[in-house]
Ligand binder design. Structure first.
Ligand SMILES: Nc1ncnc2c1ncn2[C@@H]1O[C@H](COP(=O)(O)OP(=O)(O)OP(=O)(O)O)[C@@H](O)[C@H]1O
Ligand SMILES: [Mg+2]
Length: 379
């Protein structure tokens, strides 16, 4: 037995207990004071490539990364000092062949009759593959957000051209008017001023569209959370599809208190609204009654966005499916089926919820978002 182990606390397990602990796939490791190893189950011995005799009294295996060993020692000391269970959601542990894998470890103190900590028991579960899978899913989600954004942009490019073309026509017409005035030799300052003001206003409208487009095309996923006026956010989003609604003669109304504010990542959130607006547009344009309503209200600590369209709801058997990635009822080349699932992801990363309101006689989606993010938010 190595030094530092109090013989009073020397460690004996009866044969049955050993068999039970050896049957576990989790690693079990018993340590005495000052992180001296006392006993390990088979899973641990296999991972370390050592025997219980070789482990006795050492602090860690020689192949272990010294930084990791230091962290283990600090964690053990904490359990000894506090007498409390320590939960370590993910810690790296070096395997006998040098590979490092991640484990979820719980270290529990073992007390003597006087309530003094005499040992710790660590139970470690291999979560390496699970973590890798989560990272992969996260990466896929990021890619989906980007691709949904570009498909929305692609779909809108025609409409955007329209949005810009219309004001250009206005400018063109007004410039012609100025020329006519000059040719006729009657240049009234009041008239010139009026025409020039109109041109100026129309130019501003174009630059607003271009500005909104630039910020939308940027990757906003890592943007900080910002407190914004909800009315502005909605207005900027609608900028992308106003003309399209107009050309389909769809009545688009927005009800929002101009003073409402929301802490959010404006670009991804604008993408959520746009996805919902475009879904409504797709749903109502073939109908005889065509309207889409966006209502924003304050509901206690939440801001509620309700997007309702003149459609008659979504068939009950589809309710569960619509939020799934790649579920679409649209023709090939028309929908990818990622709008809602990506939107749900974005809303949930804002600690909010996105749901279909199945009670509503029309098709109605509700997004609830906390007006302010909790302190430990990832922002
Ligand atoms: N407002 C709505 N009215 C009727 N059906 C809807 C509405 N919104 C969504 N859906 C249904 O939910 C499905 C999934 O929507 P989602 O936005 O995820 O994908 P998509 O619109 O089909 O394709 P994408 O958004 O990727 O272009 C749609 O295909 C449609 O069947
Ligand atoms: Mg969609």
């Amino acid at each position: 037995m190595g030094d530092g182990v109090n013989p009073e606390h020397s460690f004996q397990l009866n044969a049955h207990y050993t068999q039970i602990l050896d049957s576990l796939s989790d690693m079990v490791l018993v340590k005495g004071p000052k992180s001296r190893l006392l006993w390990a189950n088979r899973a641990f011995l296999t991972y370390y490539g050592m025997t219980n005799e070789e482990l006795q009294g050492i602090i860690d295996a020689p192949f272990s990364d010294p930084d990791y060993t230091q962290q283990f020692v600090r964690d053990d000391a904490k359990v000894f000092e506090t007498g409390k269970v320590l939960n370590i959601p993910a810690e790296p542990v070096t395997r006998f062949d040098g590979q490092v894998r991640y484990f979820h470890t719980v270290k529990t103190p073992i007390l003597d009759e006087q309530g003094q900590v005499i040992m710790t028991v660590g139970v470690s579960r291999d979560i390496h593959d699970k973590l890798a899978q989560e990272a992969l899913i996260d990466e896929q989600r990021q890619r989906m957000i980007t691709s949904s954004k570009f498909s929305a942009l692609g779909e809108m490019s025609g409409a955007i051209a329209h949005e810009i073309n219309n004001p250009l026509t206005v400018i063109h017409g007004r410039a012609g008017q100025l020329k006519e005035l000059a040719e006729a030799g009657v240049v009234e300052p009041v008239q010139v001023l009026e025409v020039a003001t109109k041109i100026e206003k129309t130019t501003l409208r174009i630059s607003k569209i271009v500005k909104a487009l630039k910020s939308f095309a940027r990757d906003g996923e890592k943007d900080p959370f910002d407190i914004v006026l909800v009315a502005d956010l909605v207005e900027d989003t609608v900028e992308f599809c106003r003309e399209r609604f107009r050309s389909y003669r769809i009545d688009l109304t927005i009800e929002v208190d101009p003073n409402l504010t929301l802490e959010c990542q404006p670009v991804p959130l604008s993408q959520v609204l746009l996805n919902l607006l475009l879904n409504s547009l797709d749903a109502v344009y073939p109908l005889s009654e065509k309207w889409v309503k966006v209502q924003i209200t304050e509901e206690g600590e939440f801001i509620r966005f309700r997007i309702t369209d003149s459609g008659r709801g979504i068939p009950a058997d589809l309710h569960e499916k619509i939020m799934r990635p790649f579920f679409t009822t649209k023709e090939v080349g028309h929908g990818t089926g990622i709008g809602l699932s990506v939107s749900k992801g974005i809303v949930e990363s804002h600690r909010g919820s996105l749901a279909l309101d199945a009670q509503n006689p029309h098709t109605s989606f509700v997004v609830d978002l906390p007006a302010r993010q909790p302190i430990d938010s990832p922002s």
